[in-house]
Design a protein around this ligand. Structure first.
Ligand code: SAM
Length: 225
């Protein structure tokens, strides 16, 4: 796709990422590592930054938004404990890279983005990669997935929020199955705590993983701007 030399460079960079940035830290789930090995991250990066596709940090994707650092994508995915029966809601499609990783692990991924050009470009890349178990929705993800289009169970087994939120919104908690898991960056406008929460009889039991810096979720139950 990018010529033989570039393909070889991306492959070597992906192997370096897996070895040092993921396994070298605390990413040990073999399914997560296999998904990170399988998805070509370079496809999700604009041409201006494509050569840095496997660098250990976030990169710009347009609209003042970012594709998250590979380690954070892997960490959130590992904490989400996705299995092949899971229906997963992702709030914040962005480039679609996290969506693609989840699609390798889940039965189906439902993903919401507020910018139409990001959603369109993510859809184009996922189509190109032959990923077909993803449904897209354009709108405010803080309100959850549209009620008329929920999975047949009426809720999601897993929810991942990939933008910083002041709190996990009521509509999202309402759409999570009992015993379901949510992973999200919760906190202020620039720094948040990455939390993993389990829903037990309508309450979220929350565990903090680490401090993170995410772009803000802008919406009715998010930040105003
Ligand atoms: N996971 C993405 C990836 O792999 O590229 C990165 C997501 S980026 C850090 C956060 C995304 O959340 C942005 O694309 C942003 O436009 C989106 N976003 C912000 N507020 C939103 C909202 N209320 N509903 C849906 N998406 C939102």
């Amino acid at each position: 796709m990018y010529g033989r030399q570039s393909e070889d460079k991306f492959k070597a960079a992906r192997e370096r990422m897996l070895r040092y940035d993921l396994r070298g830290r605390d990413i040990a789930d073999p399914r997560v590592l296999a998904a990170m090995a399988d998805v070509p991250r370079e496809e999700f990066i604009p041409p201006s930054h494509r050569s840095q596709a496997y660098s250990d940090g976030p990169l710009p994707i347009g609209n003042d938004q970012t594709i998250s650092q590979p380690y954070i994508v892997a960490l959130m995915t590992q904490e989400l404990r996705v299995n092949p029966e899971c229906e997963v809601l992702e709030v914040g499609t962005g480039s679609g890279y996290q969506t693609a990783i989840l699609s390798k692990l889940a039965k189906k991924v439902y993903t919401i983005e507020r910018f139409s050009d990001l959603a369109e470009s993510a859809k184009t890349v996922l189509d190109k990669l032959g990923i077909s178990n993803v449904e897209f929705y354009l709108g405010d993800g803080s309100n959850g997935w549209p009620a008329g289009r929920l999975p047949s169970s009426g809720c999601f087994d897993r929810i991942i929020i990939t933008a910083g939120v002041p709190e996990i919104s009521e509509p999202l908690v309402g759409q999570l199955a009992d015993r379901g898991l949510i992973v999200a960056p919760v906190g202020g406008r620039t720094v948040q705590r990455l939390v993993a929460c389990e829903k037990k009889t309508d309450k979220l039991i929350s565990r903090t993983i680490c401090d993170v810096r995410f772009v803000r979720l802008i919406g009715e139950h998010g930040f105003q701007q």
